[in-house]
Design a protein around this ligand. Structure first.
Ligand code: MTE
Ligand code: MO
Length: 323
């Protein structure tokens, strides 16, 4: 008996024409229309609010979609994903989108230091000039057992490595969020090891899937998603996707993450999605799809094994890699 060979990556299944996506595309087209008319004659109330904030990067969106990253499921509507967030700096509930508007995202300097040729700081708008933005449809699987799919805009983390110029001895990238208890009430809770920190290996950072996110739904990133810049590694649980990054440090020591600092026994360094390894408080076998009344089986590497499984073949012999 022979088995048929899967020629396409497991996630590369034709995208379904689902209602949520059509809604999204409509909005996208509408935004283009606004741009074409120059003045914001037809700005909706919401867009007008965004314009007030004078985000200097607005003209960069929407960016061209990279069609290599297809989904096996519909996009999750913006109305849901923008009101169901984990951003502990602004509270422990999912309902932090209003509180997050207090975050000031300009000016926004990012410090690049540690094992680099020369440490430096770079402003977000200058960084945006040096990279090519693209849109990618990616899944996000939270370790709490829910998932969603978002059209992120950003640039490959590899491009960031090219700008940072890490030394050859660097093994890990450590990424840190802002710390400002004045604007982020969650950071007044002193029992948390602020600031939020995450990290990955250099090999993971250079993987084609690793994405620095600066926009979503064809617009600059809304604050609750971690504006002006956050990470997304779609084969890892959402907690790895550190938001509102202020400092990126190259190091030869494995960084200790926020969650490891809090509950080391529950959170390992790698955080790769694996339906067979349960979190102490949650089974990872299935996931609730945000906005739908159903649970679906969770896929190993969140369905991205084709791109990332080889990163771990050697490591797997040495350590418990999945969590
Ligand atoms: N700075 C910071 N980054 C963070 C978090 C956080 O609390 N603070 N939560 C993480 C978790 S647990 C998840 S699931 C994702 C959620 O991203 P979203 O709100 O954009 O969906 O952000 C991650 N990044
Ligand atoms: Mo999460």
């Amino acid at each position: 008996m022979t088995f048929s060979i899967i020629r396409r990556p497991s996630w590369s299944i034709a995208e379904r024409d689902a209602t949520p996506e059509e809604l999204f595309l409509d909005r996208r087209e509408a935004l283009k229309g606004v741009a074409a008319f120059g003045a914001g004659l037809v700005l909706s109330g919401r867009a007008a609010f965004a314009a007030e904030e004078k985000d200097p990067s607005t003209h960069l969106y929407p960016a061209k979609r990279n069609e290599a990253y297809k989904l096996d499921r519909a996009l999750t509507p913006e109305d849901l994903t923008s009101k169901y967030n984990n951003f502990y700096e602004f509270g422990q509930s999912k309902n932090i989108y209003r509180a997050a508007q207090a975050l000031k995202t300009r000016p926004w300097q990012i410090k690049i230091d540690g094992m680099v040729e020369k440490p430096f700081e770079i402003g977000i708008d200058y960084l945006l000039k040096k990279v090519q933005l693209e849109e990618r449809l990616y899944r996000l699987r939270c370790v709490e057992g829910w998932s969603m799919t978002i059209p992120w805009t950003g640039f490959p983390m590899k491009a960031l490595l090219d700008i940072a110029m890490p030394q050859s001895g660097a093994k890990y990238v450590r990424m840190e969020t802002f710390k400002d208890p004045e604007v982020a009430p969650g950071q007044r809770q002193v029992w948390y090891p602020w600031p939020y920190v995450e990290g990955c290996s250099m090999e993971e950072a250079a993987n084609e899937l690793a994405f620095m996110v600066t926009g979503a739904y064809g617009k600059p990133l809304a604050k609750q998603y971690g504006a002006p810049i956050r990470l997304h590694m779609p084969w890892k649980y959402g907690f790895k996707a550190v938001k509102s990054i202020k400092r990126i440090t190259f190091t030869d020591k494995r960084p200790k993450s926020f969650w490891q600092g809090l509950q080391g026994a529950e959170y390992g360094f790698w955080g790769n999605v694996n339906p067979e390894v349960s979190h102490p408080r949650w089974s990872q076998a299935t996931e609730a799809v945000l906005g739908q009344n159903k649970r679906v089986p969770t896929l190993i590497w969140n369905g991205y094994g084709e791109q990332v499984a080889s990163l771990y073949t050697e490591l797997q012999k040495k350590e418990k890699i999945f969590f």
